[in-house]
Design a protein around this ligand. Structure first.
Ligand code: NI
Length: 175
């Protein structure tokens, strides 16, 4: 396993629409293992593959307090089960140190392939619903600040660029 670099806004790769996975094989599991390690190292609760530069429809998540319950979602599909929207203060590893309120349906049905490629279905509510919808957006090239006003979005991007510069700009150095 390895910790991968997390892309931050305004990296254009974060705008890509991720591609469906054909087969859940050992290569994909190696990617998922790296994603979990990367998510834990960054103290995040969810991560989409495109955030480490891989445009595949893969999400990892861990909502447990103990950080020992990694979940894997391959080719996930969600269907809202209610029109009730709930606001939640969201953050994102690709937009470090920025938090703002986003409204999303509070209950969704989730269908996906798991770590072993088995088909699964779950109902997601509360934080799980927020997180899976936030990560699903990444697969469509959408970041949560895209829901904010232009002013707030521009401000967020500037803040992140400044922060990345202070950290030593690993993103730019790698290109
Ligand atoms: Ni995110």
């Amino acid at each position: 396993m390895a910790i991968r670099e997390i892309l931050t806004v305004p990296d254009p790769r974060l705008k890509l629409v991720s591609k469906p996975v054909d087969t859940v094989d050992d290569d994909l599991r190696a990617l998922m293992d790296d994603m979990v390690e990367t998510m834990y190292a960054a103290d995040g609760i969810g991560l989409a593959a495109i955030q480490v530069g891989v445009d595949k429809r893969v999400i990892v998540m861990d909502l447990s307090d103990e950080r020992n319950d990694p979940r894997f979602y391959v080719n996930p599909v969600i269907t809202p089960l209610t029109e009730d929207l709930k606001p939640y203060q969201e953050g994102c590893l690709s937009v470090p140190d920025v938090f703002d309120s986003v409204e999303r349906p509070k209950k969704v049905k989730l269908e996906y392939l798991d770590y072993d490629g088995e088909k699964r279905e779950e109902i997601a509510e509360d934080l799980f619903a927020v997180c899976i919808q936030h990560e699903m957006d990444h697969l469509e090239g959408v970041v949560f600040i895209d829901y904010l006003s232009r002013l707030k979005r521009d401000r967020a991007v500037k803040k992140v660029q400044k922060l990345v510069k202070q950290r030593g700009a690993p993103t730019e150095a790698a290109e």
